[in-house]
Design a protein. Structure first.
Length: 158
């Protein structure tokens, strides 16, 4: 016998018990995450810098008080691309394309730390090519796209 509408009320397709509550908790915390990100950006990134932000189109997340926030990924006109990169190689290629046209920093909100597992090529590229400025579980990680990773030798060092 099929359950009636009353028995199915409140049940979301494909959602395990407890997942909806976990998602609600993440959504409730998101405004505080954005607030902490802005505080870190103001403290760690110089004015007039260009910052790539994994934003999923959130315009508030790219408003960085004196810094130019760019959606990542983004279109040629600067709008949110409307998608996640197809794979890690695509993410790296897009990052490098935007770096060559002026991006100074890469910011990954903590709500998107799953990108580091999903796009291992991106995580490796960032770690091996650029300096990590901060990584905080309660807000974000930020890489300086103009500096080598900590401990890296410049071409002039022996």
């Amino acid at each position: 016998m099929m359950p009636g509408a009353e028995a199915l009320a409140g049940i979301e397709a494909g959602v395990e018990p407890g997942e909806a509550e976990a998602e609600d908790a993440v959504q409730a915390e998101y405004p505080r995450v954005k607030e902490r990100i802005l505080q870190l950006v103001e403290r760690l990134i110089p004015d007039r810098s260009r910052v790539l932000v994994v934003s999923k189109g959130d315009e508030e997340l790219v408003r960085l008080n004196g810094r130019e926030g760019w959606h990542f990924p983004r279109t040629q006109t600067g709008q949110y691309g409307g998608y996640h990169p197809a794979d890690g190689s695509s993410a790296v290629a897009h990052l490098e394309e935007l770096r060559t046209v002026g991006a100074d920093y890469f910011l990954l909100p903590s709500t998107y730390f799953w990108w580091l597992d999903h796009y291992p090529e991106l995580e490796e590229h960032l770690r091996e090519s650029y300096r990590l400025i901060t990584r905080r579980a309660d807000s974000c990680l930020i890489y300086d796209l103009n500096g080598p990773p900590d401990g890296a030798r410049s071409a002039g060092q022996i």
